[in-house]
Design a binder for this molecule. Structure first.
Ligand code: SAM
Length: 276
């Protein structure tokens, strides 16, 4: 019988956040696939668990993925962990899940710590609708294109970012979204120096001109404000009909064109045009 793949979330800072079920799964798995075996070894030592570890990370995932899948198909159970947080969210776990799914292997995701959800919930921004945008590209052009594509996004947007890239990212965001856009910078979540800075893009730019950003960050940016639809008034309709008639259109054609241009019902434009 084929084994299984378990996705085991690990703490994003506070070791107390490991759940009973995650601990049991790590204990019971035949082997653990880890993004960084040194980081995972520290966690296993803390938990008093001894287990065989294989490394699975960005630059060996193609070859290691096949080996892991073969072992699972042969009946072993694998627990996948990333450096911190939920595997498969902005880390190579995504590919292993895909490979397993393609092979008909059962994948079980255990809920637990995840930086994006932790940040969203503490951000103070609207949480009803949101989109997760992961890491922006380091290349200026694609970063700009990515942000431009989000210009009219109304949902709250969440980004992962490394501290040394943060000032440039904030500048690019202010260019795309305007400096007044609210942002919550969620840093060092669940750690000793956890902090949430609720400000605007310009406010954040100013702050990090005075001090270099330190630690891990999730950026939660408010969505674009609802545009108030401009409703044309009866006077607008009347003026436009008169203008078109002066250009030689019949009343009927002038009313029809005005209704289309101003997105108003034809009879409303007609009534407006007849007003003294
Ligand atoms: N899969 C993980 C998850 O979703 O929780 C995230 C992996 S991703 C490679 C790492 C990024 O998550 C960091 O660059 C940072 O943006 C964010 N992150 C992780 N831990 C964090 C923490 N304690 N506080 C703030 N951001 C954190």
């Amino acid at each position: 019988m084929a084994g299984m793949l378990y996705l085991v979330p690990t703490p994003i800072g506070n070791l107390g956040d490991i759940s009973i079920r995650c601990r049991q799964t790590l204990e019971e798995a035949d082997f653990i696939a880890a993004e960084d075996t040194r980081v995972t070894l520290k966690l296993l030592n803390h938990l008093g668990i001894k287990k065989s570890l294989v490394s699975y990370y960005e630059h060996n995932k193609a070859q290691k993925g096949n080996q892991i899948v073969e072992r699972i198909l042969a009946g072993e159970t694998c627990a996948l962990v990333s450096d911190a947080g939920s595997p498969a969210i902005s880390d190579p776990g995504e590919d292993l899940v895909k490979q397993c799914a393609e092979q008909g292997i059962t994948v079980c995701a255990i809920p637990g710590p995840c930086a994006v959800i932790t940040a969203l919930s503490i951000s103070g921004q609207a949480t009803g609708r949101f989109c997760f945008e992961g890491f922006l590209s380091t290349a200026k052009k694609s970063r700009k294109e990515h942000l431009e594509s989000l210009k009219t996004e109304k949902r709250t947007m969440i980004f992962y970012e490394a501290p040394h890239k943060l000032p440039a990212t904030l500048e690019s965001m202010a260019e795309a979204f305007g400096g007044d856009r609210p942002i919550s910078l969620c840093r060092e979540l669940t750690k000793l120096h956890e902090e949430v800075i609720r400000t605007t893009l310009n406010g954040a730019i100013e702050l990090y001109q005075q001090q270099a950003p330190k630690g891990e960050f999730v950026l939660v940016v408010a969505g674009a404000p609802e545009q108030e639809e401009e409703t044309a008034t009866a006077q607008d309709a009347k003026s436009r009909v008169e203008e078109l008639m002066a250009q030689g259109l019949s009343r009927k054609d002038a009313v029809k064109q005005t209704a289309q241009e101003l997105n108003l019902p034809k009879n409303a434009v007609y009534d407006a045009a007849l007003q003294a």
